[in-house]
Write a protein that binds this ligand. Sequence first.
Ligand code: SF4
Length: 361
Amino acid sequence: MQRRLATIRGDVPPKRHNARTIAALTGNPGCTRRAVLDGAGVDKPALAERIGFPARFGQSRFAISRGNAFEAQVKADGGAELLRLVAQRLGVPVPATASWTDLGVGADDTAARQRRSAEVLLAAPGAGDAALFDHPMLGLDVAGQRVHLEPDLVAARLAGRFHVVEIKSFPVIDGQADPSKVTAAAIQSAVYVLALRDLLAAHGHDPELVSHDVVLVCPRDFANQPVASLVDVRRQLLALRRQLDRMAGLDALLATVPDDFTADPDADPATLAAALSGVEARYAPECLAACELAYFCRQEARGRTAALGRAVRESLGGVADVDDALALAAGDRDPTPEQAEAAALLRTAGRLRAEALGVAP
Ligand code: SF4
């Protein structure tokens, strides 16, 4: 299998995953195209660019520097304020003292840093003494490759349990944060929870010592005053585990992919686009925020009802094309037995629209 994956990516080294790309794997778990490209470690942003559909997401430079400043503020004084916030949110007494270990300093190479993180985190993992660990180096297996994760987060050990602490710069206004940002933070935190649990389990400790409640620290209202919230990531952990298992069983998916499928960066754009079209995809509008190939897949899915979103796809099961949907709504075409329910829905919608606009149905 590794040979085939290397051929798919044109024998260039695989692109490494990070927490963001692992989190994004759960965005469209039913998409074979994505699973194969991610499993092969294809550089999807470069591929999208080469075929003329560059990805358009990422943070602005202003947002990145604002985020860095907020993070530095929250972590100041050896994490004293952070410790108070986290303990209060968890409902445990604020410890008089806690150790602060920055695992991001001291060693240059990844393996040495990972070893040091493991040693420090595994020293009495269930101990009652409070400790904060900044920049721990963690790892996860993705499609047979070991992926190193270098989070900016803090792992807090309080009352004998670890909690992942994520510091984000999006604001909580009147107790509410942007739900899409909270969801993205939750799935990314779930990646770290999983990696920490794997680390504990691999060394014979109880993985449940890592809590599924992560602490999200954000600025409150329009000030820079930090506020902590608890986010339960059990659902995200399940989705992540399912997708990682699916990618571990990539052989079965590869069997459905044409033998000559290639994402070789040296191939010409038309060949790459044709090769991509030969692998099943499941475009949905959510792809725009989660997958670098979204603009290519959206163009390809134009005219298909599925491209209008999951709700439309579910309501119009059996009606795959927008033209068919319009013909059924206008009564210009007889539905097949499987389309009868969707056709009735479409005719009602067509009639209501005509009434509202005062035009002939
Ligand atoms: S953008 Fe395309 S490849 Fe990516 S998840 Fe969506 S359908 Fe799959």
